[in-house]
Design a protein around this ligand. Sequence first.
Ligand code: OGA
Ligand code: MN
Length: 200
Amino acid sequence: MEVIFLPKSWNVDQILDDLDQHGFAIIDNVYPTNYRQALVNECSSHLNEFREAGIQNGIVSNIRSDHILWINDNLNIAQHHIETLKQLSSTLNRAFYLGINDIEAHFACYNAGEFYALHRDNPQGKNGRMISAVYYLHEQWQENWGGQLHLQDKNNQWHNIQPKPNRIAMFQSDLLHEVIEAKHQRLSITAWLRSDQQLL
Ligand code: OGA
Ligand code: MN
């Protein structure tokens, strides 16, 4: 099996410190250009397979209006991103004893006018999601295009995080957040680092 290392550009100590202090962390310049381009191409070539995103029991378009494609083994390029997040999970497990043992992920596409209203990814701490990690894939993003990730950190401070290309926004899945309406097509991979051990 191919051995995956965390990209050298990642400041792991900073990531751990930010997660510890604030419950979220931003990583910029995540991947080299050639891999990023391959991932954008894989995403773009499957856009016709994206489906309306659901909320638990169905589609509720006044809560979220984006379109998604779950990542499976057939999406080879995206698999490398998942493997990288597995490496990161080992580091997080050592630092915070999170017990992460699984990753689920989907591509997401917000077309102009689409958004995701205030929510938590793991509302009652019941679904195993520990950390959410969103990687922004579009080629460019301008500050006046909306689409910010509006997030309340663990100290109750609100942040407006720009979906800058080649950035990962990671946060505790129990934190409150929303995606502000995008004015241009906004592409991403949302991943959840999960701990599926039984607590009972
Ligand atoms: C989600 C989500 C944030 C973002 O997919 O649950 O909150 O910035 N995404 O795309
Ligand atoms: Mn979310």
